[in-house]
Design a protein around this ligand. Sequence first.
Ligand code: ADP
Ligand code: MG
Length: 308
Amino acid sequence: MLQIKNLCKKYGKFTAVDNLNLHVPEGEIFGFVGPNGAGKTTTMKITAGLLRETSGDIYIDGINAFQNNRKVKEFIGYMPDFFGVYDNLKVNEYLDFYASIYDVNGRERKKVCDDLLELVDLSHKKDSYVDSLSRGMKQRLCLARSLVHNPKLLILDEPASGMDPRARFEMKEILKTLKDMGKTVIISSHILSELSEICTSIGIIDKGKIVMSGTVEEIMMKVYSSRVVQIKVLSKMKEAVIVLKEIPCIRNIIEGPNTLEIDVKGGEEDMKNILKSLVNKDIPIVSFAETNGKLEDVFMKVTERSEE
Ligand SMILES: Nc1ncnc2c1ncn2[C@@H]1O[C@H](COP(=O)(O)OP(=O)(O)O)[C@@H](O)[C@H]1O
Ligand SMILES: [Mg+2]
């Protein structure tokens, strides 16, 4: 759906985006993560056709975006990192206004606006002034606005920033719905944990370059040569150790009082098989959990590395 090739953006002598390459397949929820100043907003604005590139190419649905700027804008919904809301409008007037800009007319327009307010859970606020909405509600209204022309590709710049946990949860639910609707979504954040649960894949950007990308699992595997799993058992420790020793992808076993810590060189399928082997031998397992599954650490490691 989106292909970015060798994208560069310079502000004067300063290089904000440095030969960036990115591929986001259709239907993906792609997390674009990096520290402040990494180049996320710049990349997203260029993709949305709101900022000129210095060099490089972008293809959206196979169409060269720089040569067909107007055409691709029909496919793209963009939510900026600040609220562009008009405070003296009511919620439904606001959305109606944006729908009219995108030439959504007549009965269709009312339906689109009603459906979108429903999607972002603001139907009950349609006669309230935009001004009176909470921050989270304003963000949801901005999201609805970016959807009035039913775009295939959504570019959301830090939509969860400054949200409380409840608002963040609601945003997550909306994104799930958008995924079910078949949209491709790019969502940025400087906080990886905000995205790890919702995204299907992630790209980490630092100093204008993609330093790592892939599915969450792939990224974990790249950073850690093995995965550490902690297994808590009720009893039958000795039997558990015997079972685990037979499994080739387990490299090391550390025995605690009622826990076992194992190093696994493998993927999700291996993890599943390890658990299955234990269960098959009637080992009473209380928990089975990966301990270095902290994406936040990966993020720190990866961006530190490019610091050197
Ligand atoms: N209009 C501009 N003029 C000069 N430098 C800019 C401009 N916009 C952004 N930058 C710089 O480019 C870098 C990347 O910015 P940005 O894309 O906003 O990063 P992010 O969204 O990841 O925080 C930053 O160092 C920022 O200071
Ligand atoms: Mg930004």
